[in-house]
Design a protein around this ligand. Structure first.
Ligand SMILES: [Zn+2]
Ligand SMILES: [Zn+2]
Length: 208
């Protein structure tokens, strides 16, 4: 495993800037990996799976340290809005969930309260704070389905309605029809008509 400073340099490069969230992400991943007995994530990359619970700064740093990536199916995103991640060793089955403590931010701010730049103060504090002050760590068990594992797709079918291919069992069966989730009634988009395009359609806020 690299040092905190080495990971900070790598994470800054990959994320585009350095920020408190990334320090949390780096330390969270270093702690998680050590706790499941993985000292070198590069060597262990094929047996490592990480679940992240937020799509913010910390997640990019977790990915840098673990080497787990969405495109390799070794990084799983769960939209729970929490600065937390679960690290799984697929070989041993050992897993831990590490969550940032709710009071870590206040502790960090108090630590370098003389600094005028609050974000900088938080960042510096996160570098040096005790692990126990930053995180809660729990041994956990994660149920993994074969169709969620890295490696070649387990299956591929074609949607009976749109004709697009669907990998890894993500299709739905309605009666005797095999449909993609969009066609089965779970679309996250609407197709824009050419009239709407002409009238200057833009991505809209859903307003909540
Ligand atoms: Zn950031
Ligand atoms: Zn479809």
């Amino acid at each position: 495993m690299k040092t905190l400073e080495e990971y900070i340099a790598l994470a800054a490069k990959s994320h585009g800037h350095m920020c408190p969230g990334q320090i949390l992400g780096i330390r969270m991943a270093m702690l998680g990996l050590r706790s499941i007995g993985i000292d070198d994530p590069v060597v262990a990359r094929k047996r490592l799976l990480t679940f992240v619970e937020i799509d913010r700064c910390a997640t990019d740093a977790v990915s840098v340290v673990t080497g787990c990536r969405l495109g390799k199916r070794s990084l799983k995103f769960l939209d729970y809005g929490k600065v937390a991640a679960t690290f799984v060793d697929l070989e041993t089955g050992r897993a831990v969930r590490v969550a940032a403590r709710e009071d870590a931010r206040a502790k960090a701010k108090a630590m370098f309260s003389a600094m005028s730049d609050a974000s900088r103060a938080q960042l510096e504090a996160y570098k040096v704070m005790e692990t126990d002050d930053l995180f809660d760590l729990r041994a956990v068990r994660v149920k993994l389905k074969p169709e969620d594992m890295p490696g070649r797709p387990r299956s591929r079918v074609t949607c009976a309605q749109c004709g697009e291919g669907v990998n890894d069992g993500r299709e739905l069966r309605l009666g005797d029809r095999i449909l993609c989730r969009s066609c089965a009634g779970e679309p996250y988009y609407e197709v824009v008509t050419s009239a709407e395009e002409d009238s200057g359609f833009r991505i809209q806020d859903s307003g909540h």
